[in-house]
Write a new protein. Structure first.
Length: 266
């Protein structure tokens, strides 16, 4: 049945309203709306790259604020105000909730914050979001700390302690086995690209330097290749801080003491 002119114009008006609403919704997470860049307190380490990768993939403007952890920037009072655990990464978003600045520390919390802010890489559907949280926390409490310890015993311990090296190398191997199985039938860790991928990638791509055999984890290696081939992820992983290249923590006494002899109050 042909529509009356009145009904037709009402339909058009409704369509225009829907379009306006969806454009506004899209802009809420759009980089164009982020007028002031997000400040990223950063040092080029696997934990730091989680954030630059997410920001690049989400298309949000950001500015790097180097935190030279080899020279004690993490203990400066102004940094401790936003990151009381004296660890980078941390961010300040000048356009936080209600348009007011917010600071966030802990890489997992930062990824979740940015995911909620932009509506990207962090599904709204509760079942899907829970799955992403599972793998994010698996990285935060498992792969990250275990690879960190494996790396410590291999590179930074003053003596090569076989027990420590084996303990962490074996646990990393087990965790990589879990990840490999997970990726058997999935392109990304939770099917679609998500903050879980950004969290896991930084450490996972160092596996061959951690006493692991890449041939044992073909799905992990395929996923790393897929991730590294994404131009935005690549840009996130390529962020450098000039000063970082000048210090070899294993050989630099000042850096070693600062990082590995911390007490209850520094
Ligand atoms: N759970 C923290 C760990 C961050 C972390 O360990 N950062 C290291 C560099 S990768 C750091 O800032 N170290 C400084 C120090 O040990 O004083 C996160 O994921 O944000």
């Amino acid at each position: 049945m042909p529509r009356s002119k009145k009904a037709g114009s009402k339909t058009k008006a409704r369509a225009r309203a829907v379009k306006r609403a969806s454009t506004a919704k899209a802009r809420a997470g759009s980089p164009r709306r982020q007028r002031k860049p997000i400040e990223v307190y950063f040092w080029p380490t696997p934990n730091g790259y989680k954030i630059t990768t997410m920001l690049e993939e989400a298309g949000l403007p950001y500015v790097i604020k180097p935190v030279n952890i080899a020279r004690g920037d993490q203990f400066k009072p102004e940094f401790l105000k936003i990151a009381p655990n004296n660890r980078m990464p941390a961010i300040i978003d000048p356009q936080g909730p209600g348009g007011k600045p917010i600071s966030v520390f802990e890489s997992g919390a930062i990824l979740q914050y940015l995911g909620r802010k932009t509506g990207k890489f962090y599904p709204k559907d509760e079942r899907k979001r829970t799955e992403v949280d599972e793998w994010l926390h698996w990285q935060m409490g498992g792969l990250g700390p275990m690879m960190g310890q494996a790396n410590h015993f291999r590179r930074y311990a003053p003596e090569q302690i076989e027990y420590g090296i084996n303990r962490y190398t074996n646990e990393v191997r087990r965790l990589l086995g879990v990840l490999d199985k997970r990726l058997e039938k999935r392109k990304f860790v939770c099917g679609e690209l998500s903050i879980a991928d950004f969290a896991i990638l930084g450490w996972a791509r160092t596996l061959d330097r951690q006493g692991q055999d890449p041939a044992e984890f073909p799905n992990v290696m395929r996923w790393i290749k897929t991730m590294e081939a994404r131009p935005a992820t690549r840009r996130g992983l390529d962020v450098r801080v000039e000063e970082a290249g000048k210090v070899d923590i294993a050989k630099d006494k000042e850096a070693w003491k600062l990082l590995f002899t911390q007490g209850a109050r520094n």
